[in-house]
Design a protein around this ligand. Structure first.
Ligand SMILES: [Zn+2]
Length: 203
């Protein structure tokens, strides 16, 4: 038995299990703790399935990353689509989601980056965002729309002509700008474009 996948969201692990089992790989689910965070771990029963399973996970990476199960509101029991993070009926947040949107947070930084970042720097913005994500993660939360914002990596890669997005939006934008400060300005210009396009996609 070998561990091949783990995630704090158990529904995602169940989804990965179903992907593997459709391909004939027998899997088991166990729970564990990573500090304060509850993790769900997926194991292949036969060690010899390890390589196949990893390849399948890699192949379905995008589906897995974007998988969002439907969820029940803890206040009114309305079942909501996995695509939304606030209850459609009573506006209670999905469990594990902080009520502040990552976009609201970025819009707060935009007019006064020096105040929040110390200097106008895309690298500082990236670090602060990672720090917030890490800190909230420690208490089992993430910012609203953080999942949506994750698409910004791929979007920037396409927009700026990078072959892949693995280096992340911060490095890609920085590489195409003359200075860290210019990169920060460019970030907010691109963010506007990204959000405008996303708004149209939902129609
Ligand atoms: Zn509700």
């Amino acid at each position: 038995m070998r561990e091949i996948f783990s995630c704090s969201d158990s529904a995602t692990v169940v989804y990965v299990k179903s992907v593997l089992e459709q391909a004939g790989v027998v899997c088991l689910i166990r729970n564990s703790k990573l500090g304060e965070i509850s993790m769900t771990n997926l194991y292949v029963e036969k060690d010899s399935d390890d390589a196949d399973a990893k390849q399948l996970i890699k192949f379905h990476e995008t589906d897995i990353r974007w998988f969002r199960p439907d969820w029940s509101c803890l206040s009114c029991w309305e079942v909501n689509s996995g695509k939304i993070e606030m209850c459609a009926k009573c506006e209670t947040m999905r469990p594990g989601i902080h009520k502040m949107s990552i976009y609201e947070w970025l819009e707060m930084i935009r007019p006064k980056p020096g105040l929040y970042l110390g200097k106008r720097s895309i690298e500082r913005l990236d670090m602060l965002l990672a720090g917030i994500g890490f800190g909230l993660g420690m208490v089992g939360l993430s910012l609203r729309d953080a999942h949506d914002f994750h698409r910004f990596h791929d979007w920037v890669a396409k927009r700026l002509g990078f072959y892949e997005s693995t280096s992340g939006w911060c490095n890609m934008i920085r590489e195409k700008s003359a200075s860290d400060e210019e990169a920060l300005n460019q970030f907010f210009v691109l963010l506007n474009e990204f959000r405008k396009e996303s708004a149209c996609e939902g129609l």
